[in-house]
Design a protein around this ligand. Structure first.
Ligand code: SAM
Length: 280
């Protein structure tokens, strides 16, 4: 269940989100299929897809690069980037998520640095500069202020460094996912106020959380692009995709690379956006 507009400040909303995300960690450790990483060749589907997209800008891949992964969650994508040869730093505001990520990396014998920080304060918390700042797959909807977020991204990058995001398209978040047809119900455009969710479940598995309330902010594509340009980054690519790595609505159908709307609905609404930008 969700209300479209909640009047709550950033800090109380963020703390509600943190409690909710902390509760999701053990559920996701059980449901994400972490055993697959015991195969030393295994990379997450997300990173496998993103490495192909990044190939146009990084023909030698991420090997040897310093990569900062913002909102890294339990580290499956961060660890996949490490397996692809990057020196990785994963940043998240959830201590349990980082503990789970560190435990997985240790079990697999992979080097990684894990930093507990709000994404909007990441520059002050993380040491060093990066060749690639990487984020996405359900990341920026949790952040109220994209100008502040983009400033962190720009400050984390070395000159010449790349920013990469593939995230849920904001158009998707305007859809009522419970209906059996495409119905627009929620705001595409934001005004600084979040949408409040009260849900016992999470997007994978059947487990339930104790802290059921969380807050998400709508950010139209123009706001994301504008924030990155405003932080001094040059946009190299903007794409919209029709396949999502998670089942946003029960009606979505499973495909090779994730989930899509059924039939012609696939062409009616975007599921993801991808942006590649450079700090000159
Ligand atoms: C949907 S997950 C990201 C998905 C991730 N790519 C994965 O492995 O599936 C969102 C992550 O953002 C984190 N998060 C939410 N708000 C945050 C904030 N303000 N600062 C830092 N991390 C935050 C959560 O703890 C969670 O790990």
């Amino acid at each position: 269940m969700s209300d479209d507009i909640a009047d709550i400040g950033w800090e109380p909303a963020r703390e509600a989100n943190r409690a909710n995300w902390n509760d999701r960690v053990p559920l996701h450790v059980d449901a994400y299929g972490l055993d697959a990483f015991d195969d030393p060749e295994h990379l997450s589907d997300v990173v496998r897809t993103d490495l192909v997209a990044l190939g146009a800008f990084l023909p030698d891949g991420v090997a040897g690069l310093d990569v900062c992964h913002l909102q890294c969650h339990i580290g499956t994508d961060t660890i996949s980037l490490a397996r692809a040869g990057a020196r990785v730093t994963g940043v998240d505001f959830s201590r349990p998520a980082l503990d789970a990520a560190a435990a997985l990396a240790d079990r697999l014998g992979l080097e990684a640095t894990w930093v507990e920080s709000d994404a909007l304060e990441a520059r002050a918390a993380v040491s060093g500069d990066f060749d690639l700042v990487y984020t996405g797959i359900g990341a920026i909807c949790w952040l109220a202020d994209l100008d502040r977020w983009a400033a962190q991204v720009a400050a984390l990058l070395r000159g010449g460094g790349l920013f990469y995001i593939r995230d849920g398209h904001p158009m998707l978040d305007a859809i009522d996912e419970t209906r059996d047809e495409l119905v627009l119900r929620y705001r595409y455009f934001g005004d600084g106020r979040p949408r409040r969710w009260d849900e016992p479940g999470t997007y994978i598995g059947d487990g339930t959380v104790e802290h059921t309330t969380c807050y998400e902010w709508p950010h139209p594509v123009s706001e994301v692009v504008g924030a990155l340009i405003g932080a001094g980054l040059r946009i190299l690519r903007l794409e919209e995709g029709q396949t999502l790595p998670w089942r946003f609505a029960p009606r979505m159908v499973e495909t090779d690379g994730g989930y899509q709307w059924p039939g012609i609905e696939r062409d009616l609404v975007p599921c993801t956006f991808t942006i590649v930008a450079r700090k000159d």
